[in-house]
Design a protein around this ligand. Structure first.
Ligand code: OGA
Ligand code: NI
Length: 371
């Protein structure tokens, strides 16, 4: 993945000429220009340990009323928070990390046996682009519900569905079982969070739960190898999660940065042992009519250490139509037009399908300008 072959430079460069000129050569080798971020996107490595002590950490063993208040405040001020005493067994977290590392340590040939392709979007992948620059990472994706239905095409009126199926490696042998158990446990936390978020918005506890019937949720194992050019490449380029919410487990290395709402600066999130990092995604932003915003984030890589992280993306069922909730509006005008989750997801994942001339969709494309 990380060797350079001058004949296979990908075509998806945003400023090709510029990148050619900045091709870096050192004793450690050359960096494939496909990984080089535009100058305005490159990380400032000096801030990597400038943690913000205000970043919320919420203890789920506190009084329930306090937890709701803290979640509401964190969602408004940060769009991100950490949770401790979340109920997911810590031994399970440790097992997933261990098995994940063992999977990514397999030979490229072994990993390619479960590579995702045009037909199956699940499994191993090493060439993801965020905003058309290649991410310095390898991933393994699996569905929380094996055999998940999503739209077969992007055509708005085409009702045909296709079924996504998980692919599992034979090694390490316990990999499948542990991953599935992990998904079940984190799913419980996802529902709990969805209830707390609903309550924090003044809604009945179970108001959002129905949207996850036939959920298209996904767990991703992210492996970020050491990168000799951490000043030029990113593990994941800046993006917002399309999910309702994301539940991220990460090891102790650090690298996640979020765009702080108060001043729009990039700030690193301090790894907290046994905690999950939670962020509200685009779906919650739409349901809450911008009361809670989905915040931009990215991953900085490390020249010495590899890093491992596991996001659980809590996604609605494909049939769900997303729009601001009536009870939230309470007379205000909706800031988003209704859109179908399945088509939105299929559009986001369009490279897994037949090539289509569609721009990568964002909720800003369904935003209604306010007068
Ligand atoms: C993601 C993501 C963060 C991380 O996969 O969407 O933001 O720390 N990952 O790996
Ligand atoms: Ni993300």
């Amino acid at each position: 993945m990380y060797t350079t072959n001058k004949n296979t430079i990908p075509k998806l460069l945003s400023s090709t000429e510029y990148k050619k000129n900045t091709r870096r050569s050192t004793a450690m080798g050359e960096l494939d220009p496909a990984f080089i971020q535009d100058t305005d996107q490159r990380p400032n490595l000096e801030i990597s340990d400038a943690f913000d002590d205000e970043f919320p950490i919420i203890d789920f063993s506190s009084a329930p009323g306090d937890v709701v208040l803290q979640i509401g405040q964190a969602c408004k001020d940060w769009g991100f928070f950490q949770v401790v005493n979340h109920g997911v067994p810590l031994e399970l977290l440790a097992k997933v990390e261990d098995l994940g590392r063992r999977f990514f340590a397999l030979s490229a040939e072994e990993k390619r046996k479960v590579k995702r392709d045009e037909v199956n979007a699940m499994g191993y992948h090493d060439g993801e682009n965020t905003k058309n620059v290649r991410d310095w990472k390898e991933v393994f994706d699996f569905l929380v519900e094996d055999r998940t239905a999503i739209p077969a095409s992007l055509e708005p009126d085409d009702q045909e569905l296709r079924i996504l199926i998980n692919q599992w490696p034979l090694h390490p042998p316990e990999f499948r079982e542990v991953c599935q158990e992990y998904a079940r446990e984190v799913e419980k936390l996802a529902y709990k969070l969805s209830e707390l978020i609903a309550q924090s918005l003044g809604l009945p506890k179970s108001r959002l739960n129905g949207f996850f019937k036939g959920q298209t949720s996904l767990v991703r194992l992210n492996y970020y190898p050491p990168c000799p050019f951490p000043d030029l490449a990113l593990g994941v380029g800046r993006h917002k999660d399309a999910s309702a919410l994301t539940i991220l487990a990460q090891d102790s290395v650090g690298g996640l940065q979020i765009r702080r709402k108060s001043d729009h600066q990039w700030v690193p999130v301090k790894p907290t042992p046994n905690a999950f990092i939670i962020n509200v995604g685009d779906a919650v932003q739409v349901w809450s009519n911008d009361k809670y915003e989905s915040v931009e984030h990215r991953v900085v890589v490390n020249s010495v250490k590899e890093r491992f992280s596991v996001p659980f993306f809590f996604f609605p069922g494909h049939q769900v139509m997303l729009k601001p909730l009536e009870e939230i509006l309470n007379g205000d005008s909706p800031r988003y037009r209704e859109y179908n989750w399945g088509k939105f997801l299929a559009t986001r994942n369009r490279s897994d399908f037949k090539k289509q001339a569609v721009e990568n969709i964002q909720i800003s494309h369904v935003r209604i300008e306010q007068k």
